[in-house]
Design a protein around this ligand. Sequence first.
Ligand code: ADP
Ligand code: ZN
Ligand code: ZN
Length: 750
Amino acid sequence: MQGLFAEESLSCRAARVLVDGLNDMVLDYAIPPGMDGVTRGSRVEVPLRGRGATGTVLCLVPPEAQWGGSLRPLRRLVNEEPVVSPVLMDLAEWASRYYAVPVEQMIRCIVPEPVRQERHEEKTRKIAVLTNWPDDDKLNKINSRAPRQAHILRYLHRTTEKRAPLADLGGTAALNPCRALEKQGFVRIEEENVHRDPAGEETFAQSEPLQLNDEQELVLKAVLTATDAGDSKPMLLQGVTGSGKTEVYLQAAQHAMEQGKGVLILVPEISLTPQTMARFKSRFAEHQGSVAILHSAMSDGERFDEWHSIRRGKARIAIGPRSALFAPVQNLGLIIVDEEHDGSYKQENSPRYHGRDLAVLRARMEGAAILLGSATPSLESLQNARIGKYTLLRMDKRADGQHLPLTRVLDMRTEAKDKRNLGILSERLRMAIEDRLRKQQQVILLLNRRGFARALQCPDCGHVAHCEHCALPMTYHATENRLVCHLCGFRAVVPLCCPECSSNNILLEGYGTQKVEAVLRRCFPQARLQRVDADVTTRKNALRDILNDFRAGKTDILLGTQMIAKGLDFPRVTLVGVLNADLGLNIPDPRAAERTFQLLTQVAGRAGRGELDGEVIVQTYSPQSCAIQFARRHDTDGFAENELGLRRQFDFPPFCHMAVLTVRSPQEEMARFSLETLHKRLMSKLPPQVQVSDPLPAPIARAYGQFRYQCTFKAPSARIIADIVSAEIAAMQFGDEIIATLDIDAYSFM
Ligand code: ADP
Ligand code: ZN
Ligand code: ZN
C-alpha cells in the first residue's frame, strides 16, 4: 500500500530535460513510478521522435507548471546517482551564458564521453579460487580423467593466495575446466574489478615532506587557514622558479586530505608536466589510489575508471589539465592552479572557456580555497591582486639557496658579422656549450619552432611556399621530405625550382629543431644530444623517457621547443641557451610581449637548480625589447609595472574584456558579406561603451579551406558582448555555408 501511495505522488512531477545533440532543446517528461532518483544533474533516456535519446535533467518542474497529464514518461535513469553535481550544473549554466555557448557543450566538458555513453562498463576479470584441496587419491583420478583440471588445481595450490586470474591459467581455454572443478566443489570462479590506471606500469617511491623555509611556511599557513575556513578569495602565489611552490602545493594538499577534503590540481597540458604528476604520485604513494590523473592522452577505459574513482571519493586528489577543473571531486576543499599564466588554460575551440577563471568560480561556488601559482603571473591576476580581489603571496628566494642564473643577451645583428658564426649558433654560445661539455655539465637549448626549417623561400623573387588551404607558410619536414602545413596538416612535395620565377636558388629559410640538431651534431660530434619536439614525442611516454635519460645524465644536451621550458628540475643543467628569442614578439596580439617574457623567465629557471651556478644566453634580433630586458634581470615586478602601463594606455586586457568574432566560409565573398552585415547590425545595437573594430580578413585569412573574416570587441564587461553578439548571430540564421564563432576573453587573435 505504501508503495502505491508513493508512486501516485511521484507521477505528478516532471523533469525538464536538456536533450543531447539538439542544440539546447529542452523538453518536459513525466517521472514514472519507481524513478525516485531523478533529480537535477541526472542522466536519463527519453522517448523522442519514435526513437530514444539521452539527456541531462536541468530541473524538476512542480506539478502546477505541467501541461495537463499528457507528458510522456522518462524511459530510464542511466545512473542511480546524479552524474553532474548541483554545483557543476550551476557552473555549466553560468559558463554557458558568459561564453555564449550552449549549456550542452559545457555539460559535455563535465561528463567525459565514455562516462556519458556508459559504453565502458567497468572492466572485470575472472579469478579462480581454490576452495577445497582433493586428497591424493582423488587428485590422481582427476589427473587421469582430465589432466588440464589437475594442472589448474596444482597451480592454484602453489600460489600463496590460493587464487589466480583465469588469464594466468590459459585464458578462455581454462574456463571450461574451471567450471567443471567448480561443479565438483574444488574451485570457485569470482569476478574482480580491474582499475585501469594511466600511470599503471610506473611505481612511485614514497617521498617525505621537506622542512619548509620561512617564506614557504607563511604561504602554507595562509593556504591552510583559507582551506579550513572555506574562504574562496583567490590567493595568487608569485614565487620565483625554484622557490619551492610545488612543495607548498604538496603539503597543502596533504592537509586538505587529512581534513577529509578533496583537492583539485590544474597543470598546463599534462604531457608537458610529467614531473609534477610524478611528485604528487610519490608523495601520496602510501595512500594507494588517492591520486587520480586526468589527461587527454588517456584511453576511454582509463578515463572512465579515473572519473568513477574520483566520483566515488576513492581518489581524493585529481590532477589534470584545463578540463580536469570539472572533475567530480567530492567535498572539494582546495583548488591549485599551477603555472596559472599558461596559455593552455584557454580552450581554443568551442566552448572557448578559460580553465583558471572557471576554477576561481567553482571555488566560490563550492566554498573551497583556491591558490594560483606562477613565477610569472598573468597580468590579469596581478591586476586582480593590485585591486584587492586576490590576495598576493610571494616567495622571492630559491628554496635550494641557489642564485638566479646570470643572463646574457646577445645581439644577433652584430653577432652575425662574426665570421665564425654558424647562423643559428653564435660563436659565444658555441664556446659556452663547449665549456659545459668539458666540465660534464648539462645544457638545455630552446628553439620555439617545429620542423626542419620554417619556410621555403626564393632568394630571387621572395616567393614563399604557402598552404593551398590556409594561406600560411608551409614548413619543411626533412624526415618525409615534404612541406607540411601546421594548421591543417596539408602536405606538398618540395618544388625543384621557384614556381614564380623558375629560379633554381630556392632554398630553405629559417631554422627548426631538426636543422639545429644537424648543426649541433657537426659542432659537437662527441656530445650526446637529444631533440625534443612534437614530432619526437608523439609516442606515448616518449617525453617521460627522454627526461628520465636526461636526469640520469645519459644525455648532455637537450634541444627542444617550448615544451622543455616548463616545470622541469634538473640539478646538473648549468647553461640554458635561447636560440631565437624574438619568435612570437612580432605577432598581432596584445599579449605577445607578456608571453615572450614568461617563456624566457621560465626557461631561465631551468638553469642552476643544483649545487652549480647557472647561466642563460639569449640570442635575439631585438635586444632592446622590454620583454627581453626585464626577463634578463628576472624582474617580474618591473615587467608587470611597465606592461600594465602600456595595457592601460591602449585599453587592452586586463583593463577591458576583448572578444573576437570570426566568420568562416568556403566562399570568400560570403564570409566577407556576412561579417559586414553582422557588423552593421551590431553597430546599431551595441552600447557606446563597447568598442568594435572594422570587419577585416583575419591574420590567418584562410584555414582548412575556409576564408576567415573577423572583428574584435572591447568592453568593460564580457557579458554585454556575449549577450548582444550571440543574439545577433542567431538572428542572422546563417546557412550551413557560414560559420560564425564568438571567442569571449580571447587569447588568440589570428
Ligand atoms: P618551484 O615549483 O617553485 O619551481 P620546486 O618546488 O620545484 O620549486 O622546488 C625547487 C627545488 O627546491 C626542488 O628540488 C625541491 O625539492 C627543493 N625544495 C623545495 N622546498 C625545499 C625546502 N623547504 N628545503 C629544501 N629544498 C627544497
Ligand atoms: Zn622566385
Ligand atoms: Zn593548411
